[in-house]
Design a protein around this ligand. Structure first.
Ligand SMILES: *[C@@H]1O[C@H](CO)[C@@H](O)[C@H](O)[C@H]1NC(C)=O
Ligand SMILES: *[C@@H]1O[C@H](CO)[C@@H](O)[C@H](O)[C@H]1NC(C)=O
Ligand SMILES: *[C@@H]1O[C@H](CO)[C@@H](O)[C@H](O)[C@H]1NC(C)=O
Ligand SMILES: *[C@@H]1O[C@H](CO)[C@@H](O)[C@H](O)[C@H]1NC(C)=O
Length: 427
């Protein structure tokens, strides 16, 4: 009777599925990360095991001295052509010397690049003669790529930095490689990597859609030129979270036609802070919208939260929300600069500008390294509209901080220090 009950009523497939869903839901309420990892393991439990391809199987030496580029290329070709998913492994404990390389798609199925070891770039910039100087590890046209593994990517940037016109003004200004570029990649997941001493920017996303980045650590010296941590260009639906970035330039920069970009729990410094822009260079058109920074700790950075545009550009930046940010000894904690001019020549005044609207700063606390805690230098012809300030406290150890406004309209609420200088909205 009891057996019959169990056989007929309880242990059918529906029973198992419900128990499974209850466990999943429980994990979900407990901890998002473990929920995600359970979801990721589902294919494994259901027997959809992926082929593992190791660069060592293709002759990579991993001694940090002999050139492993060919092995990486061959391994990629195979991993990318397998029909039911693959893991391309770069094993731990080895150092792989790799010249500029393309990881091109589309692939037959989802590829996971498991970087557990170290990848190093050639030290000598001359290796790039005849090649695109902006690329080193270049991923393009990929869908559902996962990059993870806890390994290290080292751009060996020293000789590039010495050549930079920012370091030695007698040098011509030339491009240098971005350590890792993702171009036209959709549904990308990059996590748990360390990137050090890039030749120029560390990681760039260009024309990508749906990107998740987490648990990155980026490290380069404070005086290394143009070594942005993460650069997001013409991309949308990008989430960067739980990452530490210490470099010589922007911690994260968001430029040209990017939208729906969320940055959460980011630790920056040294560096130039979190930046939207620069935008509008060479009279370009750009639209940037729906940008969120929620949870950041910036220390000893040159700027904190910044929007910078060149005169003469057009388009807009709108719906930007900076919140829950702690700063320590930041030189320009809050700055909107619509007169940005990163050029050896003086930039001429122009009438056209990118238009800024609906930019909010909420819960921003900490210390400024200068008295200029808030700067809103907006365009003469296209003033900043709807700036919103709330709960801001930026102190200066040596004296009072102040706020500067030029053509800046908006309101503030709650305690805001320094005393804000916004004009009431025109409409
Ligand atoms: C700057 O570069 C020039 C030419 O490349 C070189 O002769 C000079 O020694 C460099 N200066 C410094 C300070 O490194
Ligand atoms: C932004 O997009 C517009 C229209 O799609 C394009 O004309 C413009 O060149 C883009 N701007 C940049 C900086 O890429
Ligand atoms: C604060 O920042 C300034 C300017 O970057 C720097 O000179 C100074 O050493 C920093 N102070 C501390 C205590 O780190
Ligand atoms: C641009 O305009 C500003 C303010 O009106 C003025 O101080 C500055 O000298 C002008 N710059 C040039 C290059 O004309």
């Amino acid at each position: 009777m009891i057996t019959e009950f169990f056989c007929r009523r309880s242990f059918g497939p529906l029973y198992f599925i419900s128990v499974f869903l209850i466990i999943l839901f429980y994990l979900h309420t407990l901890n998002i990360e473990s929920f995600e990892s359970v979801i990721q393991q589902l294919p494994f439990w259901f027997g959809d095991s992926k082929a593992v391809v190791s660069v060592n199987d293709f002759g990579a030496k991993g001694d940090g001295f002999r050139d492993d580029t060919k092995a990486f290329e061959d391994a990629w070709k195979v991993a990318c052509s397998l029909p039911s998913g693959s893991i391309l492994e770069i094993p731990a404990g080895n150092v792989y010397l790799v010249r500029p390389i393309n990881f091109g798609g589309p692939c037959q199925s989802k590829v996971t690049l498991l970087v557990s070891g170290t990848i190093v770039a050639p030290e000598e910039p001359d290796i790039w003669n005849g090649l695109d100087p902006r690329k080193w590890l270049y991923f393009h046209g990929l869908d559902h790529l996962v990059v993870r593994g806890g390994g290290i990517i080292n751009g060996m940037g020293r000789k590039w930095w010495d050549r930079s016109c920012k370091i030695n003004t007698t040098n011509p200004c030339q491009h240098a490689p971005t350590a890792i570029t993702f171009h036209r990649c959709n549904n990308l997941d990059v996590r748990n990597l360390m990137i050090v001493n890039s030749q120029q920017m560390h990681m760039a996303f260009t024309n990508c859609y749906r990107v998740k980045v987490s648990h990155l650590k980026v490290v380069a010296p404070a005086d290394s030129p143009n070594t942005d941590g993460i650069h997001i260009s013409a991309s949308s639906h990008v989430e960067v979270k739980n990452s530490i970035i210490q470099t010589g330039d922007d911690c994260i920069s968001v430029v040209s036609n990017s939208s729906v970009v969320q940055m959460r729990n980011i630790i920056c410094g040294p560096g130039h802070g979190i930046s939207i822009g620069s935008l509008g260079k060479f009279s370009s058109y750009s639209q940037v919208r729906d940008i969120l920074v929620d949870g950041a700790f910036l220390s000893n950075t040159e700027n904190g939260l910044r929007i910078k545009t060149w005169q003469g550009g057009s388009g807009f930046v709108r719906d930007v929300d900076f919140r829950n940010v702690l700063m320590v000894n930041v030189s320009n904690p809050i700055i909107i600069d619509q007169y940005y001019c990163d050029s050896m020549l003086q930039c001429p005044n122009q009438t056209s500008s990118i238009k800024l609207e609906r930019v909010s700063f909420k819960q921003i606390r900490g210390t400024s390294a200068t008295e200029n805690a808030m700067i809103f230098a907006c365009s003469d012809n296209f003033p900043c509209m709807d700036i919103y300030l709330s709960d801001i406290q930026l102190l200066y150890s040596v004296g009072k901080t102040n706020a500067y406004c030029w053509k800046a309209f908006g309101i503030s609420s709650g305690l805001v220090y320094p005393q804000p200088c916004l004009s009431p909205d025109e409409h």
